[in-house]
Design a protein around this ligand. Sequence first.
Ligand SMILES: [Zn+2]
Length: 414
Amino acid sequence: MDEGRLGKVLFSTAPWRSRFRQQRHTAAAPPPPVEERPPGVGLEPFAVKPEEPAPEGVAQLRVVRKRIGGEIVFGVSGSCCCSRLPFHAPPEHGRPGLALATLMARDAKAGGVAPAETLHAMRAWSESKGPLVRWLNRLRGHHPDLHLVIWDDTDFDIPWELLWLRPSPADGVAGGWLGAEVSVSRRTTLDSEYARPMDDLRCEGEIVGYVDEADAHIAADLILLQEFGLRRFPTLRGLLGHLEQAGLPLAMVYVACHGEYATEGFRYRLGGVPLGELSGHILTRLTDAGGLVFLNACHSGRLIIEERFNDQTLRGFVKVFLASGAAGLIGTTGAVGTHTAKEVARSILEHLRRDPDTPVPQALRDYRRALVPAGLPPIDDIEANRRLLRTLYTFMYVYYGSPQTTVAFEAGAP
Ligand SMILES: [Zn+2]
């Protein structure tokens, strides 16, 4: 999306294997007991599998589809070292119409609204998610540097990073947007023996990629990536063909091109390559070498359910790379402005180069946090909406993978 068009809109299932290198909050006060609440509709007991203990300060939120009566809703349950969120799937967890791809569409006919309206809508929607928000606030109070893994197996397109966490004086935390307050890693179910465990993963080595030079705005990424020592492939198919071969360790796979979204795998395309050609395919070099995958393209981080397969299985470019063994992936949940895309890539990559021990999702959190406004303006404040557009775009970049994935760029530089 071109920012200049704003005026038209007005405005793997592998277990945790190791503990973190640093336990930052070992002196924290003992956790308060989990609040016991009367069961709601669809409430079921929640058990943490004993073979999957999460490291301290890493919480997991599980989100699944659940049929309640005639309606499909999402059910949530959560676990952390200090407390659990019991499974609940009440009627107020119906499928929301809050996909950022729709709300941030370039015109109103496609569902686009002003950025300020999106934020007001997210705060209003979050209000009815009380048990979840209270649990997250309790964790924020207990773990000031909380990492949250969101394992969402629905196709509801919920922009979790924009869940509004109301202020909680009892927990000692101010209000804020989840993705700006907490280091968020998304996770998706991977039925793959090649997927990497949710572990301390260090990406170090070569940087390979594809940048679409036919688009002058996207081609500008090349200048930045060449600073990082990019080994460039002239086509996306050329890059994918290379990744099918075994090779040396990878710091990063970088792709900047156009993306086209559809809920049918042969119409959902990245750089002209349909998802349907890649689903179920293993990219051997990622299995051998890991690496962070950065898909700087519209819709690259979305997951679809292919209706004709009737298998309730999520598919997407995210899964192709993670199922092959990528250590993490940054993608987008909608159409992002080319200028913003370049800016986000530069900010994130420079942050990671400056501090190679910063986990990738934490770098994203810091970047979003720096752009969050102090208050919410009226929805028809055109100037405020212009500023918020950039903020909202940064929330459209989401991270999948281990919460502790780090990247060492210097080793890949020439
Ligand atoms: Zn905890």
